[in-house]
Design a protein around this ligand. Structure first.
Ligand SMILES: Cc1cc2nc3c(=O)[nH]c(=O)nc-3n(C[C@H](O)[C@H](O)[C@H](O)COP(=O)(O)O)c2cc1C
Length: 223
């Protein structure tokens, strides 16, 4: 499965089979996290065979969450956007390995998860539950391209593909609070979802890039 296919097939799954992640699959995920942590300066960490990254409410609405990725890194102003961006890569890579996932940005346990981190002094801001879903989940209710985007002139195919991919991204409370503007090869992405704005923005940037193709455009702050 390609990352593009993973974007289309991924949906939040909260109930899992009581089936461990095979060692070789876990090793591939570990390797991806290692490379990404090296590139980003983050400390995304895979925890297997444990459910202590979930808070009490999350445990109530889920089943057999026995594996998760800790979203952690040095506490800088860019942390949330970076966790969103690199967390999206990890989540979609997991999907290509046949795993389902659930981004838990509100109902996670920082205390339960941070003891598994190799480094100290980091901020944890969520976990991504992973495993073999009882089902594959369902597509979320979605806004349309017209609701969230506009392009100066006729939108090129890459812009339309970027927006389609963006609309498939998971967002906190499924808010999809995105506005995306394009002109020439310049694109602005804004996300106004309050507490989760930074994380949703990072997840959104990853999805737009995957759909549009990184080489076709340039991110800018304003047009
Ligand atoms: C930043 C973030 C935080 C989230 N936090 C929670 C959470 O605390 N509890 C929960 O049940 N779902 C949480 N979700 C999952 C969203 O509700 C879900 O992604 C959204 O409804 C879209 O559905 P989809 O993932 O199936 O596309 C979160 C998602 C994101 C991106």
């Amino acid at each position: 499965m390609t990352m593009q296919e993973a974007i289309r097939e991924r949906h939040s799954v909260r109930k899992y089979l009581d089936k461990p992640i095979p060692t070789e699959i876990a090793a591939q995920l570990q390797q991806r996290l290692k490379e990404n942590n090296h590139a980003s300066g983050l400390c995304l960490t895979l925890v297997t065979g444990r459910s202590d990254g979930l808070g009490a409410m999350a445990k109530l609405i889920s089943k057999h969450v026995n594996n998760y990725i800790i979203l952690a890194g040095p506490d800088t102003p860019e942390l949330d956007e970076k966790l969103g961006y690199w967390g999206a890569d990890a989540m979609l890579f997991a999907q290509t390995l046949g795993l389902n996932s659930w981004w838990v940005g509100g109902m996670f346990s920082a205390k339960g998860s941070e003891k598994h981190l190799a480094c100290t002094g980091l901020r944890v801001n969520g976990v991504i539950a992973l495993g073999y879903g009882v089902t594959q989940g369902l597509p979320h209710k979605s806004k349309t391209a017209a609701d969230i985007s506009s392009y100066d002139g006729t939108a090129p195919q890459w812009f339309q593909d970027g927006v389609s991919s963006l609309l498939l991204a998971p967002t906190a409370l499924n808010k999809q609070a995105y506005r995306v503007y394009g002109k020439g090869n310049k694109v602005v992405l804004i996300c106004d979802s309050g507490h989760f704005a930074g994380i949703d923005l990072g997840i959104g940037k990853y999805h737009f890039e995957a759909g549009a193709g990184k080489n076709n455009f340039e991110w800018v702050r304003y047009l």
